[in-house]
Every structure is written in C-alpha cells, then in structure tokens.
Design a protein around this ligand. Structure first.
Ligand SMILES: NC(=O)c1ccc[n+]([C@@H]2O[C@H](COP(=O)([O-])OP(=O)(O)OC[C@H]3O[C@@H](n4cnc5c(N)ncnc54)[C@H](OP(=O)(O)O)[C@@H]3O)[C@@H](O)[C@H]2O)c1
Length: 414
C-alpha cells in the first residue's frame, strides 16, 4: 500500500452554479483504496464555521461541494492506494496456460517530473507476445520471467507534469501490464475518443494491427483492381483490416478463411466475396472452388498447411505477405509444419516477403491518419472482442490461440 495526497483547488467565484461536484473516484483507483484524510481550507460567504462545513463533504466516495457563489479554496485528500500487476511467471513450452501468468500487488509508481501517471483502461493482447515468452531471439525482446508482461495499452492521465497532457486526457502507448503506470511523454500520445472510435480501437484497426495491414499492402502486396486476394486469419484484427482495404479501397476479389461459421458470417458482412470455415472445409477444396484461376495476393497470418495450399495455387508474379504464422507459434522447431510447395516461388516467380511493422515507424502518423479516414468513410469497420477485468489478461491472450476473438482482442480494465 502507498499513500498519495491530492490538493484539489476550487474556484467558484465566477460561476453561477449552486453545487459543484468533484468526483473522488478517479483518485480511488483500486477496490482496496481508501480516503484516510480529508481537510478543507475554503473561503465562502457563510459566516459561521458550522455553516461553511455544511457546504462540502465526502458522500459515497464523491467529494461534493455545495458552492455558494464565491467559494474558493483547497481540499486536501490523503489516500492509501494499491496497484496490481500481471507478471510473466513461467515460460510455456507449448501453448501458454494460466500458470504462465500471476496476478500480484505492486507499488504505485511516482509520476515522473516531465511525464505522466496513467490509469490503464485497456490492454492489447497480441499473438506476437507468444514469441516474447520464448527463450532465445525473437523479433521483439523476450520477456523476463518474474517481470510484468507488456504491450499496447490505453489509459487516462491521472497526474501530469507534462504541459501537453492534462488529467483526464485519454492516451495510448506501450506499457507494462500494471493498473497504474508512470510514463514519459514520448511513450504515450493523446487520442480522440468518440462513440465511433473508442479508445480500444487505437489498439486495433487504428493502431498497430491496422498499420500492420496498411503498410505491407501499400509497400509489398500492391493489390490491383480485380486481383484475387486470399487472407487467412481473416476475421482477426489484421486480417479483417486487410480484407476490407483490399475490397473497399483496392477493388479486389477477396477470399477469407476463419475458424467458425460465425466468423464466416462476419466476413461476409464486411463484404468479403467468399469466406469459408477451415474447420469444416479444407483450404485446398475452398481455394479450388473460390479461386479456380489462382491467387494474386496471399496474406499469410497463419503459416503451416494453409500457406502450403496457397503456395500451390499462386498465379505468376503473385505476392505473398508473410505477416505471421500463428498455427506454428506454440510448436517448437521440430514440430513445425514442413512446407512442400516452396518450389512455386521459382516456378511462378513469386514475391514472398515478411515484415515487422515497426519498420515503417517513421510513417506511422500518415498510416494512422489514412486508417482513421477509412473508418470515417465507412470503408473500414472497427470490430473487437472485449474481455472484462485486468485479472483476465491471461484468458484473453490464450483465447487468441483458440480463436475466441472476432476482430481485435482487447482487455478492458474496469
Ligand atoms: N509482422 C508483424 O509486424 C505483425 C504485426 C501484427 C500481427 N502480426 C501477425 O498477424 C497475425 C494476426 O494477428 P492479429 O493480431 O490480427 O490476431 P488475430 O487474428 O486477431 O487473432 C488470432 C486469430 O488467429 C487464429 N488462429 C489461432 N490459432 C490458429 C491456428 N492454429 N490456425 C489458424 N488460425 C489460427 C484465430 O482465428 P480463427 O478462429 O480464424 O482460427 C484467432 O482469432 C498473427 O500471426 C500475428 O503474429 C504480425
């Protein structure tokens, strides 16, 4: 437990309202948090101390000030606070399990002198995090056992020493899996939140997964009107964005596969020309049916046999974007699927290129603006699966590997 003190200044000298309510809830951050001390130093028109004291108080965790016009002063709160963290507890050898993670109490951070303190509202869980749980080299630095997980997140500024951010601002950035984190100004940016674009969308279609679709399409795949695009993992965050851009912006014929009939319906609702459930129809049969002339662009989110079947059906000068290989992430090298059709890279003169999205980091602002524009124009729908509760980060992460999510998987903290 930590102690925190807050000084709230109130100046009602220029307002007509009779009552000003200051919510104490933003200061009470966790279920265990308690107000220990409350003191007021105010100036009102009330003549006696008793009359003045009636004008403010804490009721139901709200600091309520019945401001006669002219009330000015300060209210001091001392609060005992706790913080929580989701620790990476154990390296998984295959799929992550509940014992891969551990929920712990941890200290409240200090707000940096040039930074901000954030109350987390949403955490992103992403397939690439499985790579960070492995020993050895991956494209992102590995997690240390005993340290918190980390990744994309959104939050609300609850303390600020940054002149560009004020308490109450919604922000997004990259942080540890703690309910409260301190951050420097460079690692978080302010976001505009609306009904159309909720904060969590900045972890999905207008965040890293959206950029992971946008840039490789522009720079690697370069799909042309009427070309046949096949997207695996199509109902997920990246796949659904790829499919919508190819269909609604590039004018392609788009085929998608996903693991349930519900997801197939979702893909059709997005405008995919064809969609199939790879658990009830083999990829080979589906591609022979829906792309009898072959594939111009294959967007590979899953690797393994799906990739092999796509390789076998690529058209001359086709492009394969190697985005990910989720079907292989829980396998060691020995259990990895052995591809049989790579010779088609030569025969069909294919471009087969991988990427790590941070490669285009300098161009992210432009990409984010483009994605937001597509959302505004109705060409890119935001879809997410929200898992409630900080303690459910592990469940959400594991759900990525069993296909629980439609659209982006996010964890809502409150
Ligand atoms: N290179 C980069 O910079 C970069 C950046 C972002 C993401 N990625 C990669 O892009 C891919 C998609 O990421 P995302 O964030 O959009 O995740 P996502 O697609 O939203 O979620 C993962 C989905 O993968 C599917 N899946 C799980 N296990 C599978 C298996 N064994 N075979 C086939 N499908 C399986 C599930 O859907 P179904 O129900 O359809 O099976 C699940 O919903 C991942 O491979 C990820 O690593 C790469």
């Amino acid at each position: 437990m930590e102690l925190a003190t807050y000084r709230i200044k109130v100046d009602a000298s220029s307002i007509d309202k009779k009552r000003v309510e200051v919510s104490v809830i933003p200061f009470l951050r966790n279920p265990g948090d308690r107000i220990l001390q409350f003191a007021a130093d105010v100036d009102t028109h009330s003549k006696t101390k008793a009359a003045r004291d009636k004008n403010y108080g804490i009721m139901d965790d709200r600091l309520t000030i019945y401001a006669q016009k002219g009330l000015r002063g300060t209210f001091d709160l001392e609060i005992s606070m706790s913080n929580q963290t989701m620790v990476f507890a154990e390296r998984p050898t295959e799929a992550a399990t509940a014992s891969t993670f551990r929920l712990d109490e941890c200290a409240m951070p200090e707000c940096p002198t040039d930074g901000i303190m954030i109350r987390a509202t949403h955490f992103s869980v992403d397939p690439y995090m499985r790579g960070r749980m492995a020993e050895g080299k991956s494209y992102a630095p590995g997690w240390e056992v005993g340290s918190p997980g980390e990744g994309g997140m959104c939050g609300i500024v609850v303390e600020s020493n940054d002149p560009e951010l004020v308490v109450g601002d919604a922000v997004t950035g990259f942080g540890q899996w703690n309910k409260f984190i301190a951050a420097s100004k460079v690692s978080f940016r302010k976001i505009e939140v609306s009904d159309a674009v909720p904060a969590s969308a900045y972890l999905g279609q207008v965040g890293m997964p959206g950029l992971s679709a946008y840039f490789p399409l522009e720079k690697i795949a370069k799909p042309q009107p009427d070309e046949v695009v096949f997207v695996s993992g199509a109902a997920g965050a990246v796949g659904s964005t790829v499919g919508q851009i190819c269909k609604n912006v590039k004018g392609c014929r788009v085929i998608g596969c996903a693991g349930t009939d519900e997801k197939v319906e979702f893909l059709k609702s997005l405008g995919f020309d064809e969609a199939f459930n790879y658990n009830t129809m083999s990829v080979a049969e589906a591609l022979d049916t829906y792309a009898p002339e072959g594939i111009d662009v294959y967007w590979d989110n899953v690797g393994g046999e799906t990739l092999d079947e796509a390789l076998a059906r690529m058209k001359k000068f086709g492009r394969i974007v190697a985005c990910g290989a989720i079907s292989q992430y829980n396998n060691g090298t020995e259990a990895a699927y052995g591809l049989k059709n790579t010779i088609n890279v030569v025969k069909q003169q294919l471009l087969w290129q991988g990427f790590i999205v941070t490669r285009w980091a300098e161009e992210f602002p432009e990409g984010l603006a483009e994605l937001a524009k597509l959302v505004g124009e109705g060409k890119l729908q935001i879809k997410e699966t929200v898992v409630n509760g900080f303690e459910n980060i592990p469940t959400a992460f594991m759900g990525l590997f069993t296909g629980v999510n439609v659209g982006k998987m996010v964890v809502k903290v409150d």
